[in-house]
Ligand binder design. Structure first.
Ligand SMILES: [Zn+2]
Length: 107
């Protein structure tokens, strides 16, 4: 399965130029592109999906220097030190933690 943005696809189709060997094929192709394809896209079944959230771990708490905090939800981990890098997703909000680890100084 590959979820797509239906609105973006419809916008792309509206800009698409149909190449055809003759005028009859061209008109037929443009009819399919401009009339049927948007309707087919609108009628396609949808899935329940949430956008992927991206975050990172930050050490911002001066009182708890080994406590990493999720940049997306603020959840604080009791996991200390280098162990936090093994958490690829925030256990609280599910953000994908591909934003690295910061010490909070450059934020
Ligand atoms: Zn989180």
């Amino acid at each position: 399965m590959r979820p797509i943005d239906a609105d973006a696809l419809k916008a792309t189709i509206s800009k698409y130029e149909f190449n055809a060997p003759n005028e009859m094929y061209k008109q037929g192709g443009e009819c399919v592109l401009n009339f049927y394809m948007p309707k087919i896209i609108d009628d396609a079944p949808t899935i329940e999906a949430e956008p992927v959230r991206h975050g990172g771990w930050a050490y911002n708490d001066m009182y708890l220097p080994n406590c990493a905090e999720c940049s997306e939800c603020g959840w604080k981990s009791s996991v200390s030190g280098d162990e936090i890098s093994s958490y690829h997703y925030c256990p609280n909000c599910g953000a994908r933690m591909d934003g690295g680890i910061s010490d909070g100084i450059n934020e």
